[in-house]
Design a binder for this molecule. Sequence first.
Ligand code: NAP
Length: 450
Amino acid sequence: MNSPLRTIHQKGINVTNYKVAIVGAGPAGYFTAQALQNAQSEDRTFAIDMFERLPTMWGLVRSGVAPDHPKIKTVAKVFEKVASEPNFRLFGNVEIGRDLDIEELTARYDAVLMCTGSAIGKKLGIPGEELPGSFSAAQFVPWYNGHPDYADLDISLDGTTAVVIGAGNVAMDCARMLALDPHELDTTDTAPHALAAFHASKIRKVYIAGRRGPEHAAFTAPELRDLPKLQHTDVVISPQIVEEAHARAQASGEIEKHLASNLEAWRLLAEHPYSNHGREMEFHFLAAPKEIKGDGKVEEVIFGINEVKDGKVVDTGQTYSIKANLVISAIGYQAAPINGIYFHNGVIENENGRVLGTNIYTVGWAKRGPSGVIGTNKSDASEVVQLLISDLSDEARPDFDITPFIPAGVQIVDQASWSKINAAEIAAGEALGKPRLKEVSIEKLLHLGQ
Ligand code: NAP
């Protein structure tokens, strides 16, 4: 890797070895590395350095995907296969913008790919949003998933009722986690502090509120179809609301396949028998959050009642309220700032993944905003890598090693070190019948990696 040669003459073919930095070890980062590996040819190779600010890898696969959906996490095997290739090096626990400036990467690597996601929850912008007991899904989800930055969050589950705002899959994950019988989480990788809190939780009723109708909800059909399978939770949606949504969808023209599938899932849910489980998740629609009220903490959420008129969602001017002790808003995300990178409208300013006038590219939620499932990043990565390749000059930059530029006090978590952390967590979980027991302290994670 430290060879001064940029172009290696191999069996009569000139092989150009380009140096690429990937920032962020989440799905977008790994799929980008995979796309680069797949794009290697007789005359073009890539040396990939991946940087991640945490000592743990896999981004949202570790800290986003709900613990009761373990199948989604099996994609981590693909990530580890990518990481096992000889042209891949990992620099975990190294933060770009803190330990290394972005300019230190752009000056040395042929290309820098920002795969840093969207970590900040969008704000509702309503009075009372900052009251204790009101959280963003961008805090609650990483809290139950053991993200070190959120492990100490004081999330009280002492009240009986929670309100989740938003009609997307993240809202659904949050509501399900709150409404499940916690014993169902015992064999998952829910963070130990969160599992204890769910066991002690007094919450028995969880509302999910969407500001438009079920026909406009962003939930996807597989997630909706899973709800009647919950063994200890009743999921409630009024059959009338479903019928009205169906009628509105029909009135506005041909119903597209994905909407038909969602409407059918709603119908099945509405028809599902009520079992008096003592735990309930209830969908409200056409409910726009107006205010969160409470004396020093969340006590009530005021909703404006919307209606659909001529295909448009409008405020009726009427309101209703739900008494609740916990509010989670799951209404989308925006990218967290990074020194040296320009952001616009919650994403890195880019054109199809190119940051114009630089050798910086972006893939994933940092590029396109918080949409799509984990697999969406695969095609996104391939497209951006194709653009990157079309921009490459014939000659690569001089070979170099970034390691000496990383401050001496930073304990780099390389692939071997991450493998130790991973193995230690899996071993600790095995004894408890869990896929892994997550460590949430950075210090302890670094110790496990030694
Ligand atoms: P999302 O799918 O974009 O849903 C955001 C929701 O928030 C929408 O219902 C939106 O309503 C609502 N909203 C936005 N602003 C609001 C406001 N001011 N007041 C009330 N409601 C508001 O986002 P997400 O749930 O964060 O999910 C992000 C992506 O991750 C999605 O593509 C999702 O499918 C994916 N994901 C997938 C899974 C899975 O496959 N199991 C799990 C989690 C996440 P409007 O439509 O009215 O704007």
